[in-house]
Design a protein around this ligand. Structure first.
Ligand code: ADQ
Length: 495
């Protein structure tokens, strides 16, 4: 049994992400309740067992006083989490401002904010200054806790400045950076005023990873076109130093979902849901309520399907679970109202006194309830307009080994990429252009009437993919590639 401060046998992995995998709520001056938070990265890293992982990040709460900071640090240490304390102003400018108002929409091809939005949220320059300051604060905490031999893995668009800050502290630190969103075409990235600073900082990492080859290719071409550097099959070269750039498609901890289906409470849930929706096919959408997830487009396609297939109206139900996010941002509030309005209209149009075609929930579900829902679903609808990868499609497949339901998935074209998962689950899913409501409506009919043999064949393909390309495999591949990259660079320097 390992002593708390003994050196672990496994390699230490410092996972640095904007948010810790727990949210802290203050119960008293020095008492805290800690809750696991939902989200793609959290789900993926929960399954990693190969490394001695520690998390470094913000706990999602403003703690201005020293007593609170000390007690929270102590409570989080038990969960192997190390907090970065950000004050309200920094959070507003760095997180709400630069990350969510500038980088998130830009990386999902929604463009830079318009003048009026910028005016209400302070200037671009001050948001960028706060972004750099926040990244430096993350670097300070990493530096305090770093031990020789550790691997530092920085995550996502919130921390593009971090690799540079870390290397300034210690050039021999092994630093990897992974982006969970798409990286856009260089034509989009070049519109960003801070485009060069961000690229140069990311290039300070030893290894840079993306979900798909296209995102990696976009990054390399941004470096060649904007910075004038040389792109090679290995990555990007700058004055003899190579930054390795590669694709590492994420997966899920599929065993966790498969095992959960055996639990009595999940079986009870499944039974209840089957009784509740007896005689109707169940269609399911599970998304954060974000413009990139294409929720209005999905619901409009379902309406079109009901319009054109009247005999299905009392035989199918769409369950749309949408977790509210960024609820203080006007665009997100507008999206919520828009979705509610469409759902209300469709239920008014096609509902009866005893049943409605759409059940829309504005909330998160606990893990067991989510597994039960996935298991009873006949057709899952993932219609992201853009998405780094989309784990919901993987989770659905993992829970479908007895039902063998159909996955309708936003497609990947040769030039335009939609949900990254389409490139991995392509052969098993029905691929659709989420903007084409007629096509999505047709795919719903195709899915609901698909013959069992075809469903089985498609499911087998998906299931094999999801259970072999897991979160563990993703993290282990990334970290071992990072270790190898650093060793190769040392050999090259010696030669
Ligand atoms: P997200 O945008 O959060 O992640 P996604 O990949 O779909 O998107 O993961 C969402 C996670 O939250 C899933 O594990 C899902 O189960 C959970 N979740 C969603 N809605 C829920 C609900 N109503 N109740 C409970 N749980 C819910 C970002 C990128 C993605 C990328 C991931 C991982 O935007 O493109 O795939 O990171 O890299």
């Amino acid at each position: 049994c390992e002593k708390p401060d003994a050196r672990p046998l496994r390699q230490r992995l410092l996972v640095v992400a904007n948010r810790l995998p727990v949210s802290a709520v203050r119960r008293g001056e020095d008492s805290w309740s800690l809750e696991m938070s939902a989200g793609g990265l959290v789900s993926a890293l929960l399954g990693v067992k190969e490394f001695e992982a520690r998390w470094i990040g913000w706990a999602g709460v403003n703690v201005p006083d020293e007593v609170g900071q000390k007690s929270l640090t102590k409570a989080l240490a038990e969960k192997r989490c190390i907090p970065v304390f950000l004050d309200e102003e920094i959070v507003h400018q760095y997180y709400n401002g630069y990350c969510n108002n500038i980088l998130w929409p830009l990386f999902h091809y929604l463009g830079l904010p318009q003048e009026d939005r910028l005016a209400t949220t302070r200037s671009f320059q001050s948001q960028f200054a706060a972004y750099k300051k926040a990244n430096q604060m993350f670097a300070d905490v990493v530096h305090q806790h770093y031990e020789e031999g550790d691997v530092v893995w920085c995550h996502d668009y919130h921390l593009m400045f971090l690799p540079k800050c870390l290397k300034e502290y210690n050039n021999s630190m092994k630093v990897g950076w992974f982006l969970h969103t798409p990286f856009p075409s260089s034509e989009i990235h070049r519109t960003l005023p801070s485009r060069s600073d961000l690229l140069r900082s990311v290039l300070a990492a030893d290894l840079v990873g993306f979900h798909t080859y296209d995102y990696a290719r976009h990054f390399v071409s941004a470096c060649t076109r904007i910075l004038g550097l040389e792109g090679t099959p290995e990555g990007v070269e700058d004055q003899g130093r190579l930054t390795r750039v590669a694709a590492f498609p994420i997966g899920i901890d599929s065993d966790r979902f498969i095992r959960a289906l055996e639990l009595p409470q999940v079986q009870d849930h499944i039974k209840e849901l089957k009784e509740r929706f007896a005689g109707r096919k169940v269609m399911l959408g599970v998304d954060r309520l974000d413009m990139i997830k294409g929720i209005p487009q999905k619901i409009l396609a379902f309406e079109k399907f009901l319009e054109e297939n009247s005999h299905w109206r009392d035989k199918v139900v769409l369950l749309q679970i949408a977790v509210p996010t960024r609820t203080d941002v006007p665009e997100y509030q507008k999206l919520t109202s828009q979705v509610h309005e469409i759902v209300g209209r469709i239920n008014g149009r096609f509902g009866t006194l005893t049943a409605v075609p759409i059940h829309h929930l504005d909330r998160s579900l606990d893990f067991h309830a989510l597994c039960a829902l996935y298991a009873v679903t006949d057709v899952a609808l993932v219609t992201s307009l853009r998405d780094g990868m989309n784990l919901v499609s993987y989770e659905f497949v993992a829970c479908q080994d007895s039902k063998k339901g159909v996955l309708i998935l936003s497609e990947a074209f040769c030039i335009l990429k939609f949900a990254g998962a389409a490139q991995s689950l392509g052969a098993g899913a029905i691929l659709v252009n989420p903007w084409n409501i007629t096509e999505v409506a047709d795919s719903i009919r195709q899915a609901l009437t698909m013959l069992p043999e075809e469903r089985e064949k498609r499911h087998q393909h998906n299931f094999e993919h999801v259970t072999t390309h897991t979160a563990q495999e993703w993290a282990e591949t990334f970290v071992s590639e990072l270790n190898d990259t650093v060793i190769e660079a040392q050999i090259r320097t010696r030669q």
